[in-house]
Design a protein around this ligand. Sequence first.
Ligand SMILES: NC(=O)c1ccc[n+]([C@@H]2O[C@H](COP(=O)([O-])OP(=O)(O)OC[C@H]3O[C@@H](n4cnc5c(N)ncnc54)[C@H](O)[C@@H]3O)[C@@H](O)[C@H]2O)c1
Length: 310
Amino acid sequence: MTQFSDKVAVITGAGRGIGRDTALLLASEGAKIVVNDLGGGPQGGGSDSSFAQQVVDEIVAAGGTAVAETSSVASMAGGKAVVECAMDHYGRLDFLINNAGIIRPRRITEMSEEDFDTVLAVNLKGYFATIRAGAEYLKRQGGAIINLSSPSGFGHWGMANYSAAKEGVVGMTRSVARELGEFGVRCNAVRPVSQATTMAIPEVYETITYQHQTLGIPHLSNQWLLPHGEEAPPHSVAAVLAWLCSPLSENINGREVYIFGAQVALVQEPELIRNQFKAGGWTWDGICDPAVTGALTYDIRNRYKGLKPV
Ligand SMILES: NC(=O)c1ccc[n+]([C@@H]2O[C@H](COP(=O)([O-])OP(=O)(O)OC[C@H]3O[C@@H](n4cnc5c(N)ncnc54)[C@H](O)[C@@H]3O)[C@@H](O)[C@H]2O)c1
């Protein structure tokens, strides 16, 4: 008996990278898979149905069950088509893994409206589109939604569009978790740092190098990203995603899981780090009084966000 016998999983962007390895793993554990992938370029644009089909062929050759689906998740119609593919072929939906993603690194001063909209359409709206289409099906017997976020959401030079989308994913995850938890549907976000995939275009490394080496801001603004060694191979991220589908993680809902190399970690939600109170509320004079609010401005962590040295 395998872990996911009789379960049905929809995985978006499963033609390559993390999604592909997740499809192969869940299928090897008995799940029937909808392998969605548009097959476009890493910055959006183009399409190639062969990526989804190749993964399906691999699954079937290994004795598993899968179907290819090549819609773009960037529209409500696309998200619905992906989910309905699961219902048409297998009659149920247990796991929805929103993994499709594109990247378009640009300085904020050079980022066009299209650069912003295109990245949000795939990485944020595309996740809403499938959840909106699949939630009622998931509620029937319970299940799991996993949304691929990114450490870039913590702040990443040259990635305002991607950061906005991936941090939006975390907020949406927390809300959906609260709405669907009572029906036995868990919803969690994963922030991976994975070895080279299609997305690892040279421009991404240029943003990291500039932020880290020129500005002296730690990679992705988080010191705790630094000391843990190698990036995780996609199959390592896939293992964590599969675990989040399984009953072994049944107490985890509305949370973020971070994976980097050999480390997997639960991420703390944002916390207040310093408070100041003023009886009667804040006035202009009050907020300008360094004796009262000065403590808010002096924090070593501010230095890691690119402040010009004084
Ligand atoms: N690789 C990393 O280090 C890393 C880090 C942080 C977050 N992530 C996130 O993990 C997810 C997977 O990343 P990956 O590195 O495996 O990327 P990848 O580029 O290897 O795979 C993403 C897949 O999504 C597909 N896709 C793109 N737009 C689509 C659309 N509109 N509809 C359907 N499919 C579409 C692509 O064709 C591609 O096959 C992404 O959401 C990414 O943002 C990855």
